[in-house]
Design a protein around this ligand. Structure first.
Ligand code: BMA
Length: 297
C-alpha cells in the first residue's frame, strides 16, 4: 500500500486531557461527501474514548472535534470503549467496539454493539441507542458488522482467539450459528492470531476483507482476503504476504511497538483508503488502487 505522504494524520493533542496520550485505531464511513473518521483516544487516565475527525478527500484532515463523541457509560466498559468499527445499513449506522474493564480478574474485554441513525450521526446529534453485549462475559474482540444482510440476517465477524469467527442475528441482539471461518497460518505473517480490520468492501469479484495478523515476533501487519459475494463465510483468497507491515518510525516506536492496526477503510472512486493506528500512538493512512490489490486473473 502507499502510505500517506503526511503520516501521521492525527497525533495526540496535549491540551485535551482525553486524547493527550494516544490517538489511533479508527473506524471510517463515507457519507454526505465526507469521510467521517471515528478514532480511539487515550488520555492520562488510560481510558479509551472515541473522537471524530473528517476529511473531504480521505487524505487531508478537514475538521477535528475537541470533545469525545462516545465515552464509557456502564460497568462492562468502565476502562474503555476501544477499536470502533462502523457499518451503514439503510439509514442505520452500527458500531461494534471492544468494551474493556481491567479492574476485575481476569482482565475482561468483550464486544459491544450500538447504533445511531445516520442522519443523527451526520448532524452530530449523538443519540447513540442501547449498548448491547452479544456474548456477555466472553473474551472476544475485533467485531465488525458485514455491510449487507444475508438471508435477512445481520452478519458479524469477530475474534475469539486466535481465529476470525462469524455469527448471525435477526435483531442485532441475539446472535447464533457461531463458527470459525479463518485461522492463523503456520510460519506466516498471520501465524499467531488474526482479526478483522475495517468493514468489508463490495467489489464485482466479491468482498474485499482487510484483516490483521500477528506473527511470532508480535508484529501486527495487515493483509487482504476476498470473500464470496453470496456467502461471506467462504474465503476465496488470502494474501500470502502482508499488504502493510510496520517499518516506518511511527509504526515501530510508540506505546506498543511494531503495530499497524486498522478498524476502518473507505472506497473513494478506484482507491481503497485504509486508516490505521501506528504503534498504538498515532493515526495514519495508506491507500491502494483497486486493480493493484486484486489477484491477477
Ligand atoms: C489488539 C488490540 C488493539 C491494539 C493491538 C496492538 O489486541 O488491543 O487495540 O492496537 O492489540 O497493541
Amino acid at each position: 500500500m502507499k502510505r500517506f505522504v503526511h503520516n501521521p494524520i492525527l497525533e495526540p493533542i496535549k491540551a485535551n486531557s482525553w486524547e493527550n496520550r494516544s490517538v489511533f485505531n479508527a473506524a471510517a464511513i463515507y457519507s454526505d461527501g465526507l469521510v467521517h473518521i471515528v478514532y480511539r483516544a487515550q488520555g492520562t487516565d488510560m481510558v479509551s474514548r472515541l473522537g471524530l475527525a473528517t476529511s473531504n478527500d480521505g487524505f487531508t484532515i478537514k475538521e477535528r472535534f475537541d470533545t469525545p463523541i462516545f465515552t464509557p457509560v456502564n460497568h462492562a466498559e468502565r476502562d474503555g470503549c476501544e477499536d470502533p468499527r462502523l457499518t451503514v445499513i439503510d439509514d442505520q449506522c452500527i458500531m461494534a467496539y471492544t468494551a474493556y474493564r481491567n479492574h476485575d480478574f481476569p482482565i475482561i474485554f468483550q464486544i459491544s454493539l450500538t447504533t445511531i441513525n445516520l442522519t443523527d450521526f451526520v448532524k452530530r446529534n449523538w443519540n447513540w441507542k442501547e449498548r448491547t453485549l452479544p456474548f456477555p462475559g466472553v473474551r472476544n474482540k475485533d467485531a465488525v458488522i458485514f455491510p449487507r444482510k444475508v438471508d435477512g440476517k445481520y452478519v458479524m465477524f469477530h475474534r475469539i482467539e486466535p481465529s476470525i469467527c462469524v455469527s448471525y442475528s435477526e435483531d442485532l441482539k441475539r446472535w447464533h450459528d457461531f463458527k470459525s471461518i479463518m485461522e492463523p497460518r503456520d510460519k506466516m505473517w498471520d501465524s499467531v492470531k488474526i482479526g478483522a480490520a475495517g468493514t468489508p468492501i463490495e467489489l464485482n469479484e466479491g468482498y474485499l476483507f482487510i484483516y490483521h495478523g500477528v506473527d511470532e515476533k508480535k508484529h501486527y501487519s495487515l493483509g487482504a482476503a476476498l470473500l464470496d459475494k453470496s456467502n461471506p463465510e467462504k474465503v476465496l483468497y488470502r494474501s500470502e504476504k502482508p499488504i502493510l507491515t510496520p517499518c516506518e518510525g511511527y509504526e515501530c516506536v510508540g506505546d506498543v511497538p511494531n503495530v499497524v492496526f486498522s478498524c476502518g477503510n473507505v472506497q473513494l472512486d478506484d482507491q481503497v483508503i485504509v486508516y490505521y493506528g501506528g504503534a498504538d500512538t498515532v493515526l495514519c493512512g495508506a491507500s491502494y488502487e483497486l486493480n493493484e490489490l486484486l489477484p491477477k486473473k
